[in-house]
Design a protein around this ligand. Structure first.
Ligand code: ATP
Ligand code: MG
Length: 212
């Protein structure tokens, strides 16, 4: 009898303020390398790491994520974190994905910068029960897990995999700065996202919004 293969789902958490081509290349690359059936993008609720700045409304970040991923049949977007309406911790995201997809194998996709934070500050032991972690390279950040060695020693070899992906030195911070200064974000983010930012005047300084 043929054994049915467990579904393999990627989970890509992020603030996505805005979603850019660095996020999309990371997801696409991991989807291909791990033969994932689907990658679910999960925009965060009010992110705890970013308490120092105003994060765009969840609804705007959700819609930009939908716009940017719509053309890829293997990409989808979950409202789980923005609808929870609280600060998002990766462990909450993964618990919810696990509850929604009890039979699937989960792969949490994260950039080099975010990975060490997640594993340092959170309930990391449970994280590894919920998902495998895939850390992708990101220009300007060292893909280094030396300080995690102690934690990782007792885990299976595939609990955390580091992969090299095409380098895109794009960040949401830089996209916001550009939009605020009236510089182009074309080709850093999906075309529809350029138009959405402009339509909603998302990153314009308050004084310019008043002036118009
Ligand atoms: P910000 O500048 O506001 O922090 P960001 O560009 O880092 O935004 P996030 O939404 O914080 O985007 O990141 C979501 C996830 O995508 C994180 O795991 C992050 O490491 C990863 N990521 C973001 N940009 C890249 C990139 N250019 N290459 C690889 N991974 C990336
Ligand atoms: Mg970031």
């Amino acid at each position: 009898m043929q054994k049915t293969r467990r579904r393999k789902l990627g989970v890509m958490g992020g603030t996505f303020d805005p979603i850019h081509h660095g996020h999309l290349v990371a997801a696409s690359e991991v989807q291909h390398r791990f033969d994932l059936d689907e990658v679910i993008f999960v925009p965060t609720g009010q992110p705890w790491q970013k308490a120092d700045r105003q994060v765009s409304p969840g609804e705007d970040r959700y819609l930009m994520t939908v716009i940017a991923t719509a053309s890829n049949p293997r990409f989808s977007v979950s409202r789980a974190d923005i609808d929870r309406g609280k600060v998002t911790y990766t462990v909450d995201t993964l618990r919810e994905m696990r509850a929604q997809h009890p039979d699937a194998e989960l792969y949490f996709i994260t950039g080099a910068d975010a990975l060490s934070n997640i594993l340092t500050w959170q309930d990391w032991a449970e994280l590894f029960e919920l998902a495998k972690f895939v850390g992708v390279s990101r220009p300007g950040y060292e893909l280094n897990t030396d300080h995690l060695t102690e934690h990782l020693r007792d885990l299976p070899a595939d609990a955390v995999t580091m992969i090299e992906i095409p380098a895109l030195a794009i960040s949401s911070s830089e996209c916001r700065r550009r939009a605020a200064e009236g510089r182009p974000v074309w080709y850093l983010v999906a075309d529809g996202v350029v138009q959405y930012i402009s339509k909603r005047r998302l990153y314009e300084p308050a004084e310019r919004k008043v002036a118009k």
